[in-house]
Design a protein around this ligand. Structure first.
Ligand code: F6P
Length: 564
């Protein structure tokens, strides 16, 4: 469905986004003040900032929805925070937040609302957009999902031959994969072991073949998850899965017992052959990368059950409420987003490492890559003008201690600065001797080492040979934040994801970009279709590409293996 204002023409929608047309970011007094302040602070080491304020560790920390956000090891002071908050005010961030929560078409290039916050509004709350009561619609889908999940989990839902479902394969890509797989891995501790969940996203046949190699088709359920239901990779995998199923079960009617769909496109779902009764819908006001708490979370709900899924939503909602209501100076997602602006635009740090010290969060960095980079990897404002400054950082990461034995060397002693988000929990889910203390000791130690480093004088004092001193010196002054919660639970995960969603939104609002479209993925899709035809052509096609692409296509056609 279209949200309020969506029926207006594209120009009207775009000019609405420009309402109160913002001056160029770099021309604003707030930006200039931040630049001046950053120049002054550039000479100040984190060691000095800590020495000057014994309360710094407490002062630069806020709490929300079960999360403690320590940003004392960021290279900023109280004045910088004050200037960043003033910038947010000048860029209309509070008004934009309000517009998002009201369901205004803040996705200006697609004339849509970005109302993921409506997905977690508790039953009984009201949100009316374009004459429709969204909370009621959301909860009606949640109820259908819960009923279906209960049937599968209890064994009431049977496969075509009467077998109980034991394997669930989610087929989707981008937001229709990364959210579900991240959430499943994150909440595996709470998942039933009666169901074996797998995720297939890559159009590389290996992904599906390896995921299904040891599965019994009679006990396998496929969730075809695609907002548009037109995504090439997902449809190719779904067709192959149907072929795999029918080759074993030999009866078209089996599809109804072994395939369900999650989509906004009932027509295409039916055209694919999935009974619309087995479709779980959502709405065009939910962006793919903001959809893990919609019906896209069906695999998550199958794994952890409707009760835990409700807790996940409650966690999202708790952070939403905090974001909407907390005063700016204590607002966790706002501060998190502004610190990203400070690092990227004023300290020149163009890389963000997300470092969970929690094995269950191993797919969080991949999930956040899409969330941040597809949202804010943009170069023009709503009005189509150059932003004029760098936008989204490069986001990457790995679970903590693994990274320490791999790329942390560069973070500590390389020539490029990397901002780090450490994420950890006080209580472990799988106690094993003192290993959790060891894990978290490493996380705290890394933040400390990055901030304070080790000086040449300290090394000489320890008797390190002069020739080795430069090699063993740690400059320090490398910024990091630490996000700490008591325990990884559905609720804390929901709050964490909402925090990053809102932080991303804050940054997009400062840059005045549309964080909810993704035109940058289109050109490659179009070219791939054309090249796909050229690769498949029986006779050597006439090619009109550049000389490099032409040579690659010819070589591929010559050397490829015969198709089965
Ligand atoms: O190509 C990018 C993208 O549009 C993502 O934004 C989206 O999450 C993904 O493709 C999958 O799209 P769909 O859910 O429509 O298959």
């Amino acid at each position: 469905m279209r949200a309020r204002g969506a029926r207006r023409g594209i120009d009207a929608g775009m000019s609405r986004a420009r309402t109160g047309t913002l001056p160029r970011l770099v021309d604003t007094p707030q930006w200039r003040a931040l630049q001046r302040h950053a120049r002054g602070l550039a000479r100040v080491h984190l060691r000095e900032l800590f020495a000057a304020d014994p309360q710094r560790g407490k002062r630069f920390a806020v709490e929300a929805a079960g999360w403690y956000f320590d940003h004392a090891k960021q290279r900023l002071d109280a004045r910088a925070v004050q200037l960043l908050l003033a910038l947010a005010q000048a860029r209309g961030v509070p008004q934009r937040i309000a517009a998002m929560f009201r369901g205004e078409p803040i996705n200006s290039t697609e004339q849509r609302a970005a109302l993921h916050v409506a997905l977690r509004l508790p039953r009984g709350r009201r949100l009316r957009v374009d004459g429709r009561e969204l909370v009621a619609e959301v909860h009606s889908v949640l109820e259908r999902m819960a009923a279906f999940c209960e049937r599968v989990r209890s064994g009431q839902w049977r496969g075509h031959t009467g077998e109980r479902i034991r394997h669930v394969v989610n087929i989707g890509i981008g937001g229709s994969d990364l959210g579900p797989v991240m959430a499943f891995e994150a909440l595996r501790h709470y998942a039933t072991r009666e169901l074996d969940l797998r995720f297939v996203s890559n159009v590389d046949g290996t992904d599906l073949v390896e995921a299904t190699r040891d599965l019994d088709p009679a006990r396998t359920l496929f969730i075809v998850c695609s907002k548009t239901f037109t995504t090439q990779e997902t449809l190719a995998n779904a067709r192959a899965a149907r072929h795999w199923l029918l080759a074993a079960l030999g009866d078209e009617r089996a599809v109804a017992r072994h395939f369900v769909a999650v989509s906004t496109n009932a027509g295409e779902v039916a055209a694919f052959g999935i009974d619309p009764a087995n479709m779980f819908g959502f709405w065009d006001w939910v962006g793919g990368r903001y959809s893990m708490d919609s019906a896209v979370g069906l695999s998550t709900m199958l794994a952890i059950g409707p009760g835990h899924f409700a807790d996940l939503l409650a966690g999202f909602h708790a952070m939403d409420e905090h974001f909407r209501k907390a005063p700016p100076a204590r607002n966790l997602p706002l501060l998190h987003g502004l610190i990203g602006i400070w690092n990227g635009n004023f300290l020149g740090i163009d890389s963000l490492a997300v470092l969970p010290y929690e094995q269950y969060l191993k797919r969080l960095p991949a999930y956040l890559q899409q969330l941040l980079m597809e949202s804010n990897g943009k170069r023009v404002t709503h009005a189509g003008r150059a932003v004029g400054v760098h936008t989204c950082p490069i986001v990457w990461g790995e679970p903590g201690t693994n990274g320490q034995h791999s790329f942390y060397q560069l973070i500590h002693q390389g020539t490029r600065a990397v901002a780090c988000d450490f994420i950890g929990f006080c209580a472990e889910l799988n106690p094993l001797a003192d290993q959790h203390d060891l894990l978290i000791a490493n996380m705290f130690a890394q933040g400390e080492a990055l901030a304070f480093g080790k000086t040449a004088a300290e090394l000489r004092g320890e008797g390190v040979p002069a020739a080795l001193v430069p090699h063993r010196t740690f400059p320090g002054n490398r910024p990091s934040s630490t996000l700490l919660a008591r325990r990884l639970e559905p609720r804390t995960l929901g709050a964490l994801v909402a925090l990053y969603e809102h932080s991303t939104f804050v940054q997009g609002a400062i840059w005045d970009i549309d964080s909810f479209d993704q035109w940058g993925v289109e050109l490659g899709k179009v070219l791939a279709r054309r090249i796909g035809d050229e690769l498949a052509a029986a006779k050597a096609p006439r090619l009109h590409h550049d000389s490099s692409t032409t040579a690659l296509i010819r070589r591929y056609r010559r050397l490829r293996t015969d198709r089965p």
